[in-house]
Design a binder for this molecule. Structure first.
Ligand code: SF4
Length: 330
């Protein structure tokens, strides 16, 4: 395995009062486990606020306070390393952010943006060699070497995201966390950037953790998909299996609500009712139970565990595992 995440937790303290005492925790990520193989794309999907971005940032140690275990190849637990010890793994794990404009320094030329990480990690013998490598990265993402001397504001949104991808590639990573990487782009540009990511994966054997709320985009790029709700994974399966035979009522509702780009296809819509509960005080039992149309007695008190119910298909729902499940009685 390239990446193994076990029981990842990220609880943000809530401070209040004159002495800023901790009065509670926002359970943004609450016991998430998954793995990513070399050359694989794992899609991580769910409504906004479900904790998926926090998972991505915790892997890169961009947030302090995460607990659990993150193993990259044969590394020690990344969460136990100092920032200095973490440095050797930063080359291998890169991130592409949602907003390419705010993630690029407007005062730096594209050359400086691409050369700076190479200088820090001592890639290339001279500035001239690094500039040639930067030009090569631009070509790889469909831009021209003469773009090196321009500034971010001179590019369109799609071009800026290509620059973000080129920057991620400068350190020759094995894993890239794509955090809503195409969500801010027009639909036609989204398709170009997704295709570019897939071409780069085929050419370089890259792995992606592809975080997005857009299920159609996740379906296009992913090999496996994990669905997240209120800080936990509720279903993980191969792409075809998850989209054609979802088992968790939340996954079913998300898929039913997703737009289909074909007017000839009509789908019954089961819109999710109610609000997402607070991650400060999640409901007991299954945290989806206040919104679940299939809720039955044990759901209100017993938390369902993520269980492999078919080869490679994991789900956290009593419908699949509890002896009193109405689904089992059918
Ligand atoms: Fe619905 Fe119960 Fe399954 Fe939760 S465990 S998703 S409440 S059926």
């Amino acid at each position: 395995m390239l990446l193994q995440v076990s029981n990842l937790r990220m609880h943000f303290p809530i401070r209040s009062g004159v002495f800023s005492r901790v009065s509670g925790y926002v359970r943004a990520v609450d016991g998430v486990s998954f793995e990513i193989a070399p050359g694989e794309t794992l899609g991580l999907a769910g409504e906004s606020g479900c904790g998926k971005t926090t998972v991505g940032r915790s892997i890169l140690r961009l947030l302090d306070g995460a607990e659990g275990e993150i193993i990259f190849r044969d590394s020690p637990n990344l969460l136990s390393l100092s920032q200095n010890q973490m440095r050797r793994y930063r080359r291998d794990i890169q991130i592409i952010f949602q907003d390419p404009f705010s993630s690029l320094n407007p005062r730096l030329t594209i050359a400086s943006t691409l050369i700076e990480p190479m200088t820090i990690f001592k890639i290339g013998q001279s500035r001239r060699e690094r500039r040639e490598l930067a030009a090569e990265r631009l070509r790889e993402v469909g831009l021209r070497p003469d773009h090196l001397d321009r500034y971010p504001h001179e590019f369109s949104g799609g071009e800026r995201q290509r620059i973000g991808i080129a920057r991620a590639l400068t350190l020759e990573p094995s894993l890239i966390v794509c955090d809503e990487a195409v969500s801010a782009l027009d639909v036609s540009v989204q398709a170009q950037v997704i295709n570019l990511l897939m071409e780069l994966q085929a050419a370089r054997g890259l792995s992606y953790l592809f975080i997005s709320h857009a299920l159609s985009v996740v379906e296009h790029i992913s090999h496996r998909v994990a669905i997240m709700y209120l800080g936990k994974l509720v279903e993980v399966a191969g792409k075809e299996e998850l989209y054609q035979s979802p088992l968790h009522p939340y996954t079913e509702a998300l898929l039913a609500a997703a737009p289909i780009p074909d007017p000839a296809i009509r789908r019954e819509r089961h819109l999710l009712e109610g609000d997402v509960p607070s991650p400060i005080n999640p409901p007991p039992g299954c945290s989806f139970h206040p919104r679940c149309p299939s809720c039955f007695s044990p759901c209100r008190s017993i938390e369902p565990q993520l269980t492999e119910v078919r080869p490679g298909h994991w789900v956290a729902c009593h419908l699949e595992t509890h002896p009193d499940s109405p689904r089992k009685a059918r």
